[in-house]
Design a protein around this ligand. Structure first.
Ligand code: AMP
Ligand code: GLY
Length: 422
């Protein structure tokens, strides 16, 4: 099997690491990749949004399977373009990727399929939207409809804050076209979970759950980030809740998408709130989470590659995956300044000592090599995963490895796992 992974983050490093272990693999590429993916794959200098060049590369190199990591190439139609030339892609069509590209689309699917989610309304003009929040009161959640790189959601504690968000998105156009329309919805209370399922258009198998830490600061304070750490499995997410999530959220969504003629293939990421009334859907994404992938994939005992192929071939009905009875916890190391403007090209010491910690894995995201020296090239730079028999052991392992990274201009949260471990 000749496989091309698309992306350049810690998630793609973890995907390359997992795929490289497959006996079925004969050749692995990663576009554009990073120095971490280069340990397992040959990096190809093509950007994730250059769909035409990615498809050309896949054709010319007789690639059997393409695995897109981020949502952008999926929303841009890479799966459709690959289907055109007969190459398998473990990811949804552009039509099904609207689950991540449009909040309205997701809410309509949820309502049509009877999926538990926050009550919502859609607005195309700011005055009507402001009127609605004044009548409803706070807390209330204001969301720009389109893709906004995590900046399109405001959980407003007051009516004034909600009105400000409406003004920013619709009048000031802070997010451009993403703010053409808004979804305003009920605020859900509970613990947040990232749940993943592998889907073949008709059937889905659970890949399990992880709990992310979105705020930059300890104790979940400060601005939102792409995620500062995660752990899996989260003890709050019992097997009963997993069963309920598959039965009430994942399978109904798949059935509704298939009914509409846009079957979903690939990784379905359900952002859930565990409310007093059970799990409710916050959002769908059409890919693995980052840093969630970096603590889910290390727990997978089965070969990942046949599972991804079965998803492409519509053959997941009788497919089962085995998981290690171990916990994993990932700590993100970010460059000073993140999530604002991170320092660039700050030097990292050798990662060998961290990689040598028993049970630890070091995944690279925003790194590059300058004259042989490993330097930072983005906000989130490393995701250090620890594994162990228990979550507490995984946490200790992760922080032992973090402590072995010499990087004066990096920072990390010291409390990853606090919800489960106190
Ligand atoms: P989203 O981009 O939809 O994932 O939203 C970003 C974050 O906003 C989520 O991860 C939640 O923490 C929060 N959020 C979104 N919708 C709601 C809601 N209805 N109630 C409470 N929090 C929400
Ligand atoms: N860590 C959240 C995400 O990947 O969207």
């Amino acid at each position: 099997m000749r496989v091309l992974v698309v992306g350049s983050g810690g998630r793609e490093h973890a995907l390359c690491w997992a795929l490289a272990a497959s006996p079925l693999l004969t050749k692995l590429w990663c576009a554009p990749g990073n120095p971490g993916t280069a340990q397992h794959a040959e990096n190809v200098p093509i950007g994730v949004l250059d769909v035409a060049a990615l498809v050309d590369f896949a054709r010319q190199n007789a690639v059997d399977l393409v695995v897109p990591g981020p949502e952008a190439p999926l929303v841009a139609g890479i799966a459709d373009a690959l289907a055109h030339v007969g190459i398998a892609c473990c990811g949804p069509s552009a039509a099904a990727a609207r689950l991540e590209g449009s909040k309205t689309f997701t809410k309509e699917i949820a309502d049509a399929a009877g999926i538990p989610t926050a009550k919502w309304e859609r607005f195309d003009d700011a005055e009507t939207a402001r009127d609605f929040v004044r009548r409803r009161g706070a807390p209330i959640v204001v969301k720009a409809d389109g893709l906004a790189a995590g900046k399109g959601v405001v959980v407003a504690a007051s009516v004034a804050e909600a009105e400000q968000a409406i003004t920013d998105f619709m009048d000031s156009r802070t997010l451009g076209h993403a703010g053409d329309s808004l979804v305003i919805e009920e605020c859900l209370i509970g613990e947040e979970i990232s749940f993943f399922a592998l889907c073949d258009g008709k059937h889905a198998i659970a890949l399990g759950a992880a709990q992310d830490h979105k705020r930059v600061g300890e104790g979940d304070t400060g601005p939102n980030t792409g995620g500062m750490g995660a752990y899996s499995p989260p003890p709050v997410f019992t097997p009963e809740l997993e069963h309920e999530t598959m039965a009430r959220i994942v399978r109904p969504a798949l059935a509704e998408l298939a009914r509409q003629g846009t079957p979903f293939r690939g990784i379905l990421f359900a952002g859930l709130m565990l409310t007093a009334d059970g799990p409710k859907l916050i959002e769908f994404n059409v890919r693995f989470g980052d840093p969630e992938a970096e603590c889910l994939l290390p727990r997978l005992q089965s070969d990942l590659l046949p599972a991804l192929l079965a998803a492409c071939d519509g053959e997941l009905a009788n497919f089962a995956l085995r998981w290690r009875k171990r916990s994993a916890l990932s700590v993100v190391m970010a460059a000073r300044g993140y999530p604002g403007t991170p320092v660039r090209h700050s030097k990292l010491g050798s990662l060998a000592a961290a990689e040598a910690v028993p049970g630890a894995l070091v995944f690279q995201s925003g790194t590059e090599r300058l004259d042989g020296q490993l330097v930072s090239s983005g906000g989130r730079v490393l995701t250090v995963c620890g594994t162990g028999e228990t979550l507490a052991e995984a946490q200790a392992c992760a922080y032992r490895a973090v402590g072995a990274v010499h990087w004066p201009e990096g920072f990390f949260r010291r409390d990853i796992g606090w919800r489960a471990l106190g």
